[in-house]
Design a protein around this ligand. Structure first.
Ligand code: ZN
Length: 263
């Protein structure tokens, strides 16, 4: 992935996605927004303790920086589910410029241009997909619960089911999130995960590799491994540049992952 800067705002962009020229996209960071106080920065979460006007202003900055259609951005009420929505023309602007009825949803898919799909997170794994052939995009929020529910794999399935996407054409980008260096669980919770993603620590804790788990889910669903671009940036190790729920607890903001088909 490459960094794109505007003033002190830093975005990560996936080179294979850029090369298609079909989408505007990016993973946002924390620096350079208008939010103040404990969540100072480019907070994109409305359901944290921030002024909604500041959040909206941050979205406007992101839209300008990444050349996204601000008015049409679609945000879901994320719940760590495996529910994925096909976004239609009627959904344009929901959650940002219009009242939203997109509840209990952690994945968004569309084949419509000019409708940016947004997921937000603070440690959870954000994923962006593009099928350059069928011109279909997706944005997915996969925390550890969503990863266990296989939401990334299910999104690939849905792209195939609804838009006839061949998974072997799909490009995937996995954004900044909690890394295998910091994703610590106690042994009881860790037992929920397949053992190949675990590494036992001396302190009786277990580290889980959510990046590898999401990557393998995509491969199992037919996405070639060379099509998967992982940022490998851990939001806890880089908590000065990213919002991190585990680092800053309840009083933290959210960064975003956003993708839009160009007109
Ligand atoms: Zn880390």
């Amino acid at each position: 992935m490459i960094e794109y800067h505007n003033q002190n705002r830093i975005y990560l962009q996936s080179e294979p996605l850029l090369r298609t020229n079909l989408v505007a996209h990016g993973f946002t960071g924390r620096l350079g927004g208008v939010s103040t106080g404990k969540i100072t920065g480019l907070n994109l979460g409305f359901r944290v303790q921030d002024n909604p006007e500041s959040v909206k202003a941050n979205y406007r900055l992101v839209a300008e920086d990444l050349q996204l259609n601000f008015h049409n951005m679609v945000l879901a009420k994320q719940t760590h589910s495996d529910h994925i929505r096909i976004v239609t023309k009627d959904d344009a602007g929901k959650g940002l410029t219009r009242q939203s009825d997109i509840e209990d949803t952690d994945g968004l898919i569309t084949n419509l241009p000019e409708i940016p799909l947004v997921v937000f997170s603070a440690d959870c794994v954000p994923l962006l997909f593009l099928d350059p052939k069928q011109k279909v995009i997706a944005a997915v929020h996969a925390g550890w619960r969503g990863t266990l529910k296989m939401i990334a794999g299910k999104a690939i399935q849905k792209m195939h089911q609804f838009f006839n996407c061949d998974p072997s054409n799909i490009l995937a980008a996995i954004g900044p999130s909690i890394g295998p260096c910091c994703c610590e669980f106690d042994t009881t919770d860790a037992s929920l995960f397949p053992s190949q993603y675990l590494s036992q620590q001396e302190n009786n804790k277990v580290l889980v590799d959510l990046w590898a788990m999401n990557r393998d889910q995509l491969i199992e669903h037919g996405v070639p491994s060379q099509n998967i671009d992982t940022s490998r940036i851990c939001t806890i190790c880089h908590a000065n540049q990213y919002y991190s729920y585990r680092t800053h607890k309840e009083r933290t903001g959210r960064q975003g992952a956003v993708i839009m088909l160009r007109p």
